[in-house]
Design a protein around this ligand. Structure first.
Ligand code: AMP
Length: 396
C-alpha cells in the first residue's frame, strides 16, 4: 500500500485528502483556512473524528508542515516518507497542458507563467506545489489541470469571434473549467448506463457555487459553458455568467461606483448571480427556503438560475445533435431536488423525465424513467480521487 495526497491550494487555503492506493481508501482529509491571516484554522478528519486547531500559519510551506505533523500526531502515518505521491489541482493549464503531468522545474515555471490566465488561482497552486517540494523533495509530484479535459474542443467552439490577433498574441479563447469533474462524472454515468463512454453523448452539469455545463461526445469535451475565465456561462452563486459585453463600458461610463477594471471584476464575480438578484445570499439552500417562504426576489433568482441551466442544456443538445444522458453533479446538482426537477420539467420535449420518488436528496445513479429517451443521472463528483489516480498512474 502506498499513500498519496490530493491537494487543492487556494490563495489562503489548502484542502487535502490522503488516500491508500491502489485501494483508493480515504485515510484522512482536511482543510487549512486563513493562511497568512491571524487565527488560521486547521481541521483534520479521520476515523469519524474531526480535530480542529487554531494557530497562526504564515504561508503554504508552514501549512504543509502542520498538515504533515498532524498526520504523524494522529498516527495516520508514522513517517513523512510513507507518502509517496502528491497530486495538485491546477486551475489553468492553458493550451500547453493537455493532460496531467509530473511536475519538474520547467513544468512549475510554466504553471507560474500561466498566472496571466488565472492570477489568483495558479499563483496559489504553484505555492502549494513548492511547499510540498520543499518538505517532501523526493516524492512524485503531479499537476492535474482543470482545463485539460477541454483541450479536445474544436477550434470553432473555443475561439471567440474577435480579431485573430487577440487569440494569437493574448491567448484569448475559451479554456473551460471543472474538467476533472466533468470527465469523472461522464465516465461514471457510462458505468451506470452499462455502455462504453466512447459510444455515448452526455451533457454534464456541474452545478455548485461555481457552475459549468459540458457537451461530452464519446468521452471527450466538445464544448463547455465556462470561457476564457470561470466567469462565463451559467448564472452562479455570485457570478453573472454570460452577459452582453456592451454592459461593461456602458456601466463604466454611466455609474459612479464602477470606474476601474477591478470595480467591474468585483461586481461581476462577487456581487452578482444568486446573491445579486436575491439581495440575500449566494447559497442555494437560503434561496430555496426564502422562495418557499414566498420571497419574490429569491424566486426570481431561482427561476433565472434554472433558466440558464436549461438554455445551456438546450444548446448542447444542438452541439451533440442529441444526447443519451444528462448528469447532475456538485453541491447543487447533487443535493437540490428542486433545481433538478425544475430544470428537467422544462426539457420534456427533448425526451427526458425525472421520477419524483428517485429525485431525492442523496440520490445516486439514474433518476429518470426506464423509457426516457434521455436518461437523467445524479453522480457525486470526486475530483480528489481523479487526482490520486493520476498520481498513481504517473508514478515511476
Ligand atoms: P459546491 O460549490 O459544489 O460546494 O456547492 C455549493 C452549493 O451547493 C451552495 O449553493 C449550497 O447551497 C448548495 N447545496 C448544498 N447542499 C444543498 C441542498 N441540500 N439543497 C440545495 N442546495 C444545496
Amino acid at each position: 500500500m502506498s499513500k498519496t495526497i490530493a491537494i487543492n491550494a487556494g490563495s489562503s487555503s489548502l484542502k487535502w485528502q490522503l488516500y491508500a492506493m491502489p485501494e483508493e481508501t480515504v485515510l484522512a482529509k482536511g482543510l487549512i483556512e486563513r493562511i497568512g491571516l491571524p487565527d488560521s484554522i486547521s481541521t483534520v478528519k479521520f476515523d469519524g473524528r474531526a480535530e480542529k486547531q487554531v494557530l497562526d500559519i504564515a504561508n503554504h510551506t508552514q501549512a504543509v508542515k502542520i498538515l504533515l505533523d498532524d498526520l504523524i500526531r494522529f498516527e495516520i502515518i508514522t513517517a513523512y516518507d510513507e507518502i509517496t505521491g502528491v497530486g495538485h489541482r491546477v486551475v489553468a493549464g492553458g493550451e500547453f497542458f493537455k493532460e496531467s503531468t509530473v511536475v519538474d522545474d520547467e513544468v512549475l515555471q510554466k504553471i507560474e507563467d500561466l498566472k496571466l490566465l488565472a492570477p489568483l488561482h495558479n499563483g496559489a497552486n504553484a505555492d502549494g506545489i513548492r511547499a510540498f517540494k520543499e518538505l517532501l523533495p523526493d516524492i512524485t509530484s503531479v499537476a492535474v489541470f482543470d482545463t485539460s479535459f477541454h483541450t479536445t474542443m474544436p477550434e470553432k467552439a473555443y475561439r471567440y469571434p474577435l480579431p485573430t490577433k487577440y487569440y494569437t498574441e493574448n491567448q484569448v479563447r475559451k479554456y473551460g473549467a471543472h474538467g476533472t469533474s466533468h470527465q469523472y462524472v461522464a465516465q461514471e454515468a457510462a458505468k451506470h448506463l452499462g455502455r462504453p463512454v466512447e459510444e455515448l453523448k452526455i451533457i454534464t452539469a456541474h452545478i455548485g457555487n461555481g457552475g459549468s455545463i459540458t457537451a461530452v461526445n464519446g468521452g471527450q469535451s466538445v464544448d463547455t459553458s465556462m470561457g476564457f475565465t470561470p466567469l462565463a456561462g451559467l448564472m452562479m452563486g455570485t457570478r453573472t455568467g454570460d452577459i452582453d459585453a456592451a454592459i461593461i463600458p456602458y456601466l463604466m461610463e454611466h455609474t459612479d461606483d464602477l470606474k476601474t477594471p477591478a470595480d467591474i471584476s468585483r461586481v461581476l464575480n462577487r456581487e452578482s448571480g444568486l446573491l445579486g438578484i436575491s439581495g440575500q445570499s449566494s447559497d442555494m439552500r437560503d434561496i430555496e427556503s426564502a422562495m418557499q417562504a414566498g420571497n419574490k426576489d429569491a424566486t426570481l433568482a431561482f427561476d433565472m438560475f434554472v433558466d440558464r441551466i436549461q438554455k445551456y442544456i438546450g444548446q448542447y443538445f444542438a452541439v451533440l445533435n442529441g444526447a443519451d444522458a444528462i448528469v447532475f453533479t456538485a453541491g447543487i446538482g447533487e443535493n437540490s431536488d428542486l433545481v433538478r426537477a425544475a430544470v428537467i420539467e422544462g426539457l420534456s420535449w427533448f425526451g427526458c423525465d425525472i421520477l419524483p420518488e428517485k429525485n431525492v436528496r442523496g440520490a445516486e445513479g439514474v433518476i429518470s424513467s426506464s423509457d426516457a429517451k434521455v436518461k437523467v443521472l445524479v453522480i457525486p463528483t470526486d475530483e480528489e480521487l481523479v487526482i490520486a489516480r493520476d498520481v498513481e498512474r504517473l508514478k515511476k
